[in-house]
Design a binder for this molecule. Structure first.
Ligand code: NAP
Length: 286
């Protein structure tokens, strides 16, 4: 379990690397090419650290634990390299938002992580704001991952129901990512009359889709998520907001698109989702 690699030296991947480095100095942080990344930990922009990024293309090491932390639209581009990096026992962790991508990794020992790490990458600089947590399904392999992370700042939480954890995060992402991306505004958009109602309507549809998939939440879940949104500072952006203002591909297919397709499968009436999903697709420049 000593050979660890992380593909995707972004906000999430570099934070996982930064947390594990003190214990695993040989860890590989793999990106598009070799370069030095400036990393600010826990919102402290006074103290830069340098992380070494190595080229994924040039890497041929055999890895025991492979953590994939690229965004959903970028997953396709790294798939051809995985065979080079793994052996029969390699544990692969997909550290992404959204749902439905795990089936693209046709390997044994593959697990979806629900990511609670907040940060932002700009050029060759990552600013980590807060949190160091990955939630994984409790299994013999993930217990090894938890053991690997002991005595580091990375918090591995194991759950008996990863499906519920993924759906909860999906719902949290659904409404706030949609309204911030479509309006190209930070969380301040919640102050616009009608936007909170729109969020509640989207969440209601999302909870209905979850229910059709046999994922049940208690009756307070929408209010809980609205309370999370109400706690966001006005200037806080979401990942879909940052992606859209930077003209980057959006993670629509793993969030709104995933839910839209599930709603069709279950023949559900989801008028708000049916409106925002094509509007988001129309924003894509790709
Ligand atoms: P990110 O900052 O954009 O990082 C992705 C990294 O992957 C970038 O460094 C990118 O390189 C690299 N990459 C892309 N394609 C590559 C390729 N073909 N070869 C090598 N490297 C490649 O993304 P993130 O914010 O860390 O997000 C990762 C996942 O975690 C997403 O699903 C996101 O929704 C989720 N998440 C993020 C946060 C957050 O606060 N950031 C919170 C929770 C969950 P370039 O920089 O060169 O493009």
């Amino acid at each position: 379990m000593n050979n660890i690699a992380i593909i995707g030296p972004g906000a999430v991947g570099s934070t996982i690397a930064f947390d594990l480095y003190p214990k695993y100095q040989s860890l590989l942080l793999l990106g598009r090419q070799d370069y030095d990344l400036t990393y600010y930990a826990n919102g402290n922009t006074k103290h830069p650290y340098t992380l070494t990024v190595s080229s994924l293309k040039a890497s041929h090491s055999k890895i025991d634990v492979l953590i994939i932390a690229v965004k959903i639209p970028q997953l396709e581009s790294i798939l051809p390299k995985i065979d080079d990096l793994i052996h029969d026992q390699t544990i692969i962790i997909l550290a992404q938002n959204g749902y439905g991508q795990l089936s693209r990794l046709q390997y044994p020992n593959v697990f979806q992580a629900v990511v609670y790490i907040s940060g932002q990458k700009n050029g060759a600089t990552v600013t980590h704001y807060r949190d160091h947590k990955l939630v994984l399904q409790d299994a013999p392999q993930t217990r090894l991952i938890k053991k690997m992370a002991t005595n580091t700042d990375l918090n591995i939480e194991l759950t008996s129901d990863i499906n519920q954890a993924i759906w909860y995060k999906l719902l949290v992402n659904l409404a706030i990512n949609t309204v911030t991306a479509l309006t190209r505004q930070t969380a301040v958009v919640l102050q616009t009359p009608g936007i909170k109602t729109l969020c509640q309507q989207l969440l209601t549809e999302g909870v209905g889709i979850a229910q059709a998939e046999n994922v049940n939440f208690n009756k307070d879940v929408i209010q809980d998520i609205m309370s999370i949104y109400n706690g966001y500072p006005n200037e806080m952006g979401t990942s879909m907001y940052y992606d859209i203002i930077s003209n980057k591909p959006l993670e629509i297919e793993g969030i709104q698109g995933f839910l839209f397709n599930k709603a069709r499968t279950h023949k559900l009436f989801t008028p708000v989702l049916d409106t925002v999903y094509p509007l988001l697709l129309a924003q894509q420049k790709y």
